[in-house]
Design a protein around this ligand. Structure first.
Ligand SMILES: [Zn+2]
Length: 313
C-alpha cells in the first residue's frame, strides 16, 4: 500500500483546526485522510484535542456573557441553537457566570403571583370577593355564615364512603407508636392524685367558668320575680351525668337555658344528641327530675311576664 505523504497545506490545516474543531469539519477539510490517519499524524507532531474549548465561538461566548445572568432559559437556547442547556451551563461556570439576577427576578415574580388575589364567587349567595390562590377551595364562601347556611342539610362528604381493608391497615400501621416512647414524655407514667385533681379543676374552670349571657339574664329575672331557683351551671350538681343550669330549691325540678346555636337542630344540623331537648328530658326523668327549657330568644324584657307562666314556683 502506497503511503501518501502529508503536504504542507494539510499540515497547516491540521495544526490550526485539530485542537478545537469538530471531527466532521476536520474530515471535510482533510477529505483524503481517514480519521485514524489524522489522529496518528497529530500524535506524531504532538498535538492534543482541547475538547472543552471546542465549538464555542467568540460570538457565542459574547452571547453567553451578556444574556446568561438574567435571560430566560428558552431565550438563551434560541440564541445558541447548537448547544444543549448542559453544555451552556458548563461553559458558563467555566467563565465564572452565575444566574443570580435571573433567579432574583424569578423569585420576585413568583412571590408576586402568590400574593396576587383572585376574584371568586360565593357558593351560597353568589357575592364577588377576593381570595389568595393558596386559600382557594372547591367551594368558596364570603363568610362563615354563608358557609354554614350552605352546609345545612347536606350530608357529610365522607358519608357512605368506606376505606378498603388495605388502606385501613396502612393507616393503622402509620398510627402505631405515634405517642409512645420518646414521642410522649408521659409514656408509661401516671399522674399523681394531686395532679389529677388540678387537671380536673382547670377543666371545670374552662368549661363552667362563667354563666352565659342568657343565663345572666335569667339570674337577673330570678331576683326580680323572687324565683326559688339556684344557679348550679358551674358544675356544682350532676344529675345522671348531666349538669343543669338552675335547680329548684325544694322541688325536683331543673331548669335549663338553651342557646339556639347549640341546641336547635333546625338552625345547626351538627347539634349533638346529648344537647337535644328530648334526650336531656329523658335523662332527667330517669333520675326523677322534671326539665323546663327556656330558649334564649324567649328571654326578652317584653316577654318576662309571659315566661313566668312557664316556670313553676
Ligand atoms: Zn356569601
Amino acid at each position: 500500500m502506497a503511503v501518501v505523504e502529508w503536504v504542507p497545506e494539510e499540515m497547516s490545516i491540521l495544526q490550526q483546526y485539530y485542537p478545537c474543531a469538530r471531527w466532521e469539519s476536520l474530515s471535510q477539510k482533510l477529505s483524503s485522510r481517514s480519521r485514524v490517519a489524522i489522529y496518528n499524524k497529530a500524535r506524531m507532531i504532538g498535538l492534543k484535542r482541547r475538547v472543552s474549548e471546542r465549538g464555542f465561538t467568540q460570538e457565542e461566548l459574547d452571547i453567553l456573557r451578556t444574556y446568561y445572568p438574567f435571560a430566560k432559559r428558552e431565550f438563551i437556547l434560541s440564541l445558541l441553537p447548537r448547544r444543549s442547556w448542559n453544555t451552556i451551563r458548563q461553559k458558563a461556570s467555566q467563565l465564572g457566570l452565575k444566574r443570580t439576577e435571573f433567579l432574583r427576578k424569578f423569585r420576585q415574580e413568583q412571590a408576586k403571583s402568590l400574593s396576587k388575589k383572585i376574584t371568586v364567587f360565593c357558593a351560597n349567595c353568589g357575592k364577588k370577593f377576593e381570595k389568595k390562590p393558596s386559600q382557594l377551595r372547591k367551594h368558596n364562601f364570603c363568610s362563615t355564615l354563608c358557609c354554614n347556611k350552605w352546609k345545612l342539610g347536606k350530608p357529610s362528604p365522607s358519608k357512605g364512603i368506606r376505606r378498603s381493608l388495605e388502606t385501613r391497615k396502612k393507616i393503622s400501621e402509620m398510627r402505631k407508636g405515634r405517642f409512645t416512647g420518646a414521642k410522649n414524655h408521659m409514656f408509661g407514667k401516671h399522674h399523681t392524685p394531686e395532679a389529677r385533681e388540678k387537671c380536673r379543676q382547670a377543666r371545670m374552670k374552662q368549661e363552667f367558668g362563667k354563666p352565659t349571657l342568657p343565663e345572666v339574664r335569667f339570674i337577673g329575672m330570678r331576683f326580680k320575680y323572687r324565683l326559688p331557683y339556684t344557679y348550679v351551671g358551674n358544675g356544682k350538681i350532676w344529675i345522671n351525668h348531666l349538669n343543669p343550669d338552675f335547680i329548684h330549691d325544694t322541688k325536683k325540678i331543673v331548669l335549663e337555658i338553651f342557646g339556639s346555636y347549640w341546641h336547635d337542630k333546625s338552625i345547626n344540623s351538627h347539634v349533638d344528641l346529648q344537647n337535644t331537648e328530648d334526650w336531656r328530658r329523658e335523662q332527667y326523668a330517669q333520675a326523677g327530675y322534671e326539665l323546663i327549657v327556656i330558649w334564649d330568644k324567649e328571654l326578652t324584657k317584653e316577654n318576662g311576664a309571659k315566661l313566668l307562666g312557664k316556670i313553676p314556683i
